[in-house]
Design a protein around this ligand. Structure first.
Ligand SMILES: *Cc1c(COP(=O)(O)O)cnc(C)c1O
Length: 414
């Protein structure tokens, strides 16, 4: 297959059905931002909502805003809105807390649904917080243990014995971008009598997700990546309707109570998804998220997916053609059906190479020990951005500009 030239790539942008959405974002004209899978770009709508909430609500109506500005119901309202992007019918998603905290709640609740079983299965290649939290959950349940795919067994499917209560699994791997078949794996987990907890951090807002159709039990995800909610914006948690009556989450705070303002002495969980809240939620962050989510109205997830695959596929082809023999090795699946919205390449000097790219305005990130990671957020990226990123990577590798000592020092956040 011949590689498209600049004119052909510009033509792809001219025909892009999502191209109008770029104007909703505040982007630096000099940079190519390929880190929307770590921190999404601000929308004008998010910043306006944030300002309005701070000025007119907090600064105006003050305490009355819990009712008059809808603050109290915001976690449910935004949950339903996100539900629309991840295939969840209303009443099953709530925005609250962080992904880490929500993993704790969901995994603990999942274990509670299978009281006779003691094993949690997760992936050794998971994003580490998922594993750290799974360790924490297991430590609170007598006899429980954590088994890891890649350490205790070759695949999750091989590990599904009669002791497995819950499987915590990433829809898209944070490093390689590998995409799991949610419906097929959920069916296998159910056939083994276990409960499926899906982490959607790298798929929510990046590709179509069908939680209800897949029969998922629980799911969690963050909103500051492809959903562009802002640094530290609150996460979400999904609990399927069929579990909401029995599922007990352990962080039984007053916002999850059936009657929080009755101020009763004992805890009685709300019968619905509100039970998955804990305490008072970060309203300003929620208001920014509300603005960020407003731009999804009318976005067809199939169109989004097609563009995402076009961007990542183009990047792989351009980089492999331009940078052959320069020490890069593709770590992401080549097959479209198995790839999320990001591309990872291994390189022996990944850290300084990424710093040299960033210095030239191509912003990706580094994941230890040796991965160059590039996220492709389809709402605001263009095909010409992909071309510039590939050209810049070629320039950095061929010119060896990454060997400059200023690119050697590691920062705290990578
Ligand atoms: C980004 C990410 C998280 C982040 O968790 P926080 O609690 O928001 O810090 C968790 N899991 C996965 C898979 C992620 O990609």
């Amino acid at each position: 297959m011949t590689l498209p030239d600049r004119a052909a790539i510009e033509a792809m942008d001219a025909q892009d059905p999502l191209r109008h959405l770029r104007d909703a974002f505040i982007l630096s004209p000099d940079e190519v931002y390929l880190d929307g899978n770590s921190l999404g770009v601000p929308t004008r709508a998010a910043q306006e909502e944030l300002l309005r909430a701070a000025r007119d609500e907090w600064g105006g109506e003050l305490i009355r805003s819990w009712n008059s500005a809808g603050w109290f119901d915001l976690p449910i309202e935004l949950g339903d809105r996100i539900g629309g992007l991840i295939g969840a019918a209303p009443g099953q998603v709530v925005v609250a807390d962080t992904t880490s905290v929500n993993i704790y709640k969901a995994l603990h609740a999942a274990m509670g649904l299978r009281p006779g079983r003691k094993t949690v299965v997760a992936e050794s290649g998971s994003f580490p917080t998922d594993l750290y939290i799974a360790e924490g959950v297991v430590s609170t349940l007598p006899g429980a243990r954590l088994q890891l795919e890649g350490v205790d067994g070759a695949t999750i499917e091989d590990m599904l014995d009669a002791d497995v209560a819950a499987v915590l699994v990433n829809h898209v791997n944070y490093k390689t971008g590998e995409l799991r078949d949610m419906a097929a794996l959920t069916a296998r987990i159910h056939a083994a009598g276990a409960v499926a907890v899906w982490d959607l951090c790298h798929s929510a807002g990046a590709l179509p997700v069908e939680l209800d159709a897949a029969g998922a039990d629980f799911a969690v995800g963050c909103t500051y990546k492809y959903l562009n909610g802002g640094p530290g914006s609150p996460a979400f948690v999904y609990a399927a309707h069929r579990h909401q009556g029995q599922a007990r989450q352990p962080l039984s705070g007053w916002w999850g109570h059936a009657r929080p303002f009755a101020f009763e002495t004992g805890y009685e969980g709300d019968p619905g998804i509100r039970r998955f809240q804990c305490g008072t939620q970060p309203i300003l962050s929620m208001r920014a998220l509300k603005g960020a989510l407003s731009i999804w109205d009318g976005v067809d997830m199939a169109v989004l997916r097609a563009k995402s695959l076009a961007l990542t596929g183009l990047f792989i082809r351009l980089v492999e053609a331009r940078c052959a023999g320069l020490g890069l090795e593709l770590e992401s699946p080549r097959d479209d059906a198995q790839r999320g919205s990001q591309v990872a390449f291994r390189h022996d000097h990944a850290w300084p190479v990424m710093q040299a790219l960033i210095a030239r305005g191509v912003i990706g990130d580094f994941r230890a020990p040796s991965t160059l990671r590039f996220g492709f957020a389809p709402l605001y990226l263009r095909h010409v951005d992909v071309l510039r990123a590939a050209e810049t990577l070629e320039e950095v590798l061929k010119g060896e500009s990454w060997t400059d000592p200023r690119f050697a020092a590691r920062a705290a956040v990578t």
